[in-house]
Design a protein around this ligand. Structure first.
Ligand code: TPP
Ligand code: DXP
Ligand code: MG
Length: 622
């Protein structure tokens, strides 16, 4: 089935191949990726786009010596194949299987881990400077996408590397796509560069003809500069990378291995930072992905022939947020929506077309989005920033310093709160309760079911101060439909779902379903539990806690967050200040990073499934 691919297990095996064999290998790698990812799910389109780029890099550079850093690292599957992990590919993103991202524990060739974007240039600069101080000689190559280049850290790193002239190579992998269409003025500049490839040709001609003039004097060299800038003025209004102090090569066809290799060899010889602008096609070689790169950016299992996803779609929290927001925005023209490059993932797709002027995709710029929201709120707008819990970690200071310090009414829609599953450590949303609740002025709230989203969002927009609404990836468990939506939302007031006598269980969000599962088992075991929806994670319901402590010997908190600084600790800390004699049991995630794997497997592993909750409670009651 595979001719060349079967013989390739390592980057060492590709060095001796000729260009025809490399073309065949590229096709076979694509076939392998499509077949495997159709069964496991994963980041298909980005990987299909970097096949030739990865092969070229690994022929020119020596991974036993040189360092290659992949930004985000969702596009590093070909790297995994070429670094001895081909056979493990069917386990991709499965619990205990290969990670979907780079992992230093997986391979000595995974030089730097990522999952969040725009870190590769900074990491590369760090390695290059360590190399220089340690008097070593290896090459450093950072590969960053055009989407990731919209992130502030990437600009900070370019600003630094161009100034200090650190020797390294930056490959800008430009496929005109972030997850959705790339946005921003840098994206426009890249487009200019793409459609004006003449600039480099003319520059090379000018340089080579001047190189032929013997003993170039100051006058002539001045005129070179003038010619260069004249060329720039005519061909391009601004050559941003060269002006920042980097050598620029491009645009280069990222699917032409021979040409890529020539450029990489040239770049290797140069001192100082080099940026190679490579043009690739996201989804290359698989029509459904080429035609629909955002759908195939990160996809679940799919049918290879039709490209259709196999899992039936069911209502999600993100979609409910999008619908509710449209509803509210129709009534209130002050409502605006913001995303940091995740319009579809956060459910804002329809909003973006219905309210074009009131929708802002700022690129992968969570910090900017947060402070911009604060600015909008200071002028009377009602901003809603929908953002994944894990990516909002970037904007901690902006939430604190720009929103909360000024008590500005920004609504943060914290999507993917709690564990997300297959993406693993870098993406689990298990820190937001801890990082948010320590900030004064903010209110943190969580719906227990999708149906409550509209009501909660309306409450948040009417609240005079910052509000964070946390909700999970995906949708509800069926069990939650056994209970009603919350009736009235009152700040700091919890909802009693079941009245019991033996133990009080307080939880919030999606985990309420798991608590209901536990409640049923406990009942069968003769234990009568109260179940409380701690819908307000901050402020907590002190009055109800006062009643619970007098009534129950055991109070249990359960959260989809790390225990440190979490909901349970807030409850514990309050009860510690009272005369409570109740025993408090806090359930949640321990002080460690939560690996990748199916969400249900992970809940079970950490005893947050029905039986796990029961076991923990029975242990304490005994
Ligand atoms: C800080 C942060 N915000 C958002 C994301 C979600 N995200 C993952 S990949 C991606 C798009 C990256 O685009 P690009 O760098 O061009 O890579 P491509 O997939 O096009 O190869 C985004 C927005 C992230 N990983 N990190
Ligand atoms: C690499 C990355 O950060 C995103 O592509 C992420 O994997 C998307 O996750 P969702 O599938 O939850 O939108
Ligand atoms: Mg891209």
């Amino acid at each position: 089935m595979y001719n060349i691919f079967n013989k390739v297990n390592s980057f060492k095996d590709i060095k001796s191949l000729d260009y025809n064999e490399l073309d065949l290998l590229s096709m076979e790698i694509r076939k392998f990726l499509i077949e495997n990812i159709s069964k496991t799910g994963g980041h298909l389109a980005s990987n299909l786009g970097v096949v030739e780029l990865t092969l070229s890099l690994y022929r020119v550079f020596d991974l036993d010596y040189d360092k290659v850093i992949w930004d985000v690292s969702h596009q590093a599957y070909v790297h995994k194949i070429l670094t001895g992990r081909k056979d493990k590919f069917p386990t991709l993103r499965q619990h205990q299987g290969l990670s979907g991202f780079l992992k230093r524990s997986e391979s000595k060739y995974d030089f730097f881990e990522a999952g969040h974007s725009s870190t590769s240039i900074s990491a590369g600069i760090g390695m290059a400077r360590a190399r220089d101080i340690n008097k070593e000689k290896f090459n450093v190559v950072s590969i960053i996408g055009d989407g990731a280049l919209s992130g502030g850290m990437a600009f900070e790193a370019l600003n630094d590397v161009g100034f200090r002239k650190t020797k390294m190579i930056i490959i800008l992998n430009d496929n005109e796509m972030s997850i959705s269409k790339n946005v921003g003025s840098m994206s426009n500049i890249l487009n200019d560069l793409r459609v004006n490839p003449n600039y480099n040709k003319i520059k090379r001609k000018v340089k080579s003809s001047i190189g032929k003039i013997p003993h170039v004097g100051k006058k002539i060299s001045d005129s070179i500069v003038n010619v260069k800038s004249a060329v720039k003025q005519v061909v391009l209004p601004d050559m941003i990378f060269e002006d920042m102090g980097l050598h620029y090569f491009g645009p280069i066809d990222g699917h032409n291995i021979k040409h890529l290799e020539e450029i990489l060899e040239d770049a290797k010889k140069l001192d100082g930072p080099v940026l190679i602008h490579v043009i690739t096609k996201k989804g290359k070689g698989y029509k459904p992905a080429e035609n629909n790169p955002d759908k195939f950016h990160g996809i679940g299992k799919f049918d290879v022939v039709t490209g259709e996803t196999l899992k039936k779609t069911s209502p999600t929290y993100s979609a409910a947020v999008g619908d509710a927001l449209i509803d509210i925005a129709k009534e209130d023209e002050k409502v605006v929506a913001i995303t940091a490059a995740m319009p579809k993932g956060t459910g804002l797709g329809e909003f973006s077309t219905k309210f074009e002027d009131r929708f802002f995709d700022v690129g992968i710029a969570e910090q900017h989005a947060t402070t911009m929201a604060a600015g909008m709120a200071s002028e009377g707008l009602k901003p809603f920033f929908a953002v994944y819990s894990t990516f909002l970690q970037r904007a901690f200071d902006q939430i604190l310093h720009d929103i909360c310090l000024q008590n500005l009414p920004v609504v943060l829609g914290i999507d993917r709160a709690g564990i997300v599953g297959d993406d693993g450590e870098t993406h689990q949303g298990v820190f937001d309760i801890s990082y948010l609740t320590q900030i004064p002025n903010i209110t943190v709230i969580a719906p227990k079911k999708i149906g409550e989203m509209n009501k909660i969002l309306r409450w948040a927009f009417n609240h005079n101060g910052p509000v964070a609404i946390r909700y999970p990836r995906g949708g509800d468990y069926d069990r939650i439909n056994e209970i009603d939506d919350i009736d009235v939302i009152k700040e700091g007031k919890w909802e009693i779902i079941k009245e019991g006598t033996d133990v009080a269980i307080i939880s919030n969000g999606k985990l309420i379903s798991k608590v209901l599962e536990a409640w049923e088992i406990l009942k069968k075991n003769g234990i009568n539990a109260s179940v409380i929806n701690g819908i307000f994670i901050k402020p907590i319901d002190n009055m109800l806690l006062d009643e619970l402590k007098d009534k129950f010997k055991v109070i249990v908190t359960i959260e989809d967050n790390v225990l440190r600084g979490g909901f349970g600790e807030s409850v514990l800390s309050y009860l510690n200040k009272t005369d409570s004699n109740s025993k408090i049991l806090n359930l949640g995630f321990p002080d460690e990073f939560i690996e990748h794997g199916n969400v249900e497997i992970l809940y079970e592993k950490y005893n947050l499934h029905g039986q796990g909750i029961v076991d923990s409670i029975e242990r304490v009651l005994r």
